[in-house]
Write a protein that binds this ligand. Structure first.
Ligand code: SF4
Ligand code: SF4
Length: 440
């Protein structure tokens, strides 16, 4: 009876979590697909190499060795500890206990491999525990500057802390489950770390050990399911999205800034007085310059926004931010994601149809004109990002819209634009006078 109850409860828990996780991930996918289409196919071998090196190999993290090593422990540990979940899952569905161990216990080589894997997971879990505590103290005790910027106030800092605390609870469940199980079976399994921890439960009777083992078992399962459901609402979604984002990362050199075809056409006509402008098409849709809202950005820009880990490496390297300007490239990504979430909710609550809300990504509590104007387009943020995100692409597109659609530019810029239009150079003297500097 107890076993049947356990199986039913297990199936109910897994399917409920699966349902909510499915809803969360499809919401993110639909939101990303609100962006403009952009063809990033082709060059698949180079893209695959980028993904393996940057997302899987964490290549860009190793510029700063301490957080890189801690992050590697957390990442590898998190992935590998889930191997134990396979057995937990089979046990949960069949009402067994350590089904894989009992299947291999009489075959010495396989038994050794089983014990080795679980012991390896336990050792990794110790490193993950150290990394998690270090990350918490970097935020809350050492107060590393890039992790304590204004844009992290409120939900972002709670989000980062909640995940780290969930990780600690998960590890505690793993160790209490294995240690109590080892104590119950008089060390029969031979696991490394839980064997070492067994004296902690020395005074416990069998019933008490069984209860602790069950709490650890269910706790492990529930924490993993909770993590799965929570992930689409958290910056930790980068654990999954780092892979497609690095695969679809730009392959052009970093300094490359895409041209606007309409402007290129105009410039070509200006440069070639003999060229004849094509006849105007009265039915053509009006040209829109740059981006004003998330719909005007490409799906890749929106994928960037959901992939942002909020690590702040971009902001720490940004010369505008370093010199006290309002601009923070991390905030650009966070604002884009927040506005995208708002737009997604609007569409979901209006039966799949966008209802104009009178807002956009510029101002309205999102990205301010002051922030946009502060960017020097130096690309330092792009260079620093460990998951190949480009905050600069979004900045440039929003700024193009401000200047070209809203005529919203400071007087100094307008003087420069006029000079470029009239003289073909940013200076306010005619082209004929260009070589006057030679005279004396
Ligand atoms: S490109 Fe702009 S946002 Fe990025 S680091 Fe340079 S100034 Fe900062
Ligand atoms: S854009 Fe990149 S570097 Fe900047 S906070 Fe996000 S993940 Fe970190």
């Amino acid at each position: 009876m107890v076993i049947i109850l356990q199986i039913v409860l297990f199936i109910v828990l897994c399917s409920t979590a699966g349902y909510f996780a499915y809803k969360g991930y499809t919401r993110v996918y639909k939101n990303i697909m609100l962006g403009k289409s952009e063809d990033l196919s082709g060059n698949s071998s180079e893209r695959l190499k980028n993904m393996l090196l940057v997302a899987f190999g964490q290549k860009k993290m190793f510029k700063n060795i301490t957080p890189a090593v801690l992050h590697l422990f957390l990442y590898v540990g998190f992935v590998i500890t889930q191997i134990e979940l396979i057995e937990i899952f089979i046990d949960g569905l069949t009402g067994n206990h350590r089904i894989i161990f009992h299947a291999v216990e009489s075959i010495p080589a396989l038994r050794f491999i089983y014990v080795f894997i679980i012991s390896f997971i336990e050792v990794l879990s110790v490193f993950v525990f150290i990394a998690t505590v270090s990350f918490l103290s970097r935020r809350w005790i050492l107060r590393v500057p890039r992790l304590n910027k204004p844009e992290l106030k409120g939900f972002p800092i709670i989000d980062a802390t909640v995940i780290l605390l969930l990780e600690i609870i998960l590890l505690t469940c793993i160790f209490s489950m294995n240690t109590a199980d080892m104590a119950l079976h008089k060390g029969e399994y031979g696991f490394l770390v839980s064997g070492f921890l067994m004296p902690v439960f020395a005074g416990c009777g069998d019933t008490c050990l069984h209860v602790i083992e069950r709490i650890g078992w269910w706790g492990h399962m529930i924490m993993v399911l909770a993590f799965l459901v929570y992930l689409p609402y958290s910056k930790h979604l980068h654990i999954l999205l780092a892979f497609p984002n690095t695969y679809f990362g730009r392959l052009q050199p970093k300094g490359y800034i895409s041209n606007m075809p309409e402007i290129t056409k105009e410039i070509k006509l200006m440069m070639d007085p003999s060229a004849t402008p094509p006849p105007a098409d009265a039915n053509a849709a009006p040209v829109k310059f740059g981006a004003k809202d998330v719909f005007d950005l490409s799906w890749k820009n929106l994928l960037d926004a959901y992939t942002c880990t909020e690590c702040g490496r971009c902001t720490a390297a940004c010369p505008a931010n370093q010199t006290g300007k309002l601009l923070s490239p991390r905030k650009i990504m966070m604002d884009t994601r927040d506005r995208l979430e708002e737009v997604g909710k609007n569409i979901a609550s209006n039966n799949g149809i966008w209802k104009e809300d009178g807002k956009s990504l510029i101002e309205n509590g999102y990205i301010s004109v002051e922030e946009l104007r502060a960017c020097t387009t130096c690309n330092a943020c792009v260079e620093e990002c460990p998951v190949l995100i480009s905050p600069l692409e979004i900045i440039v597109q929003l700024r193009r819209n401000l200047v070209m659609e809203e005529s919203n530019a400071p007087a100094e810029w307008n003087a420069m634009f006029t000079a470029m239009e009239n003289n073909g150079a940013p200076w306010q003297f005619s082209q004929q006078d260009r070589l006057n500097w030679e005279n004396g």
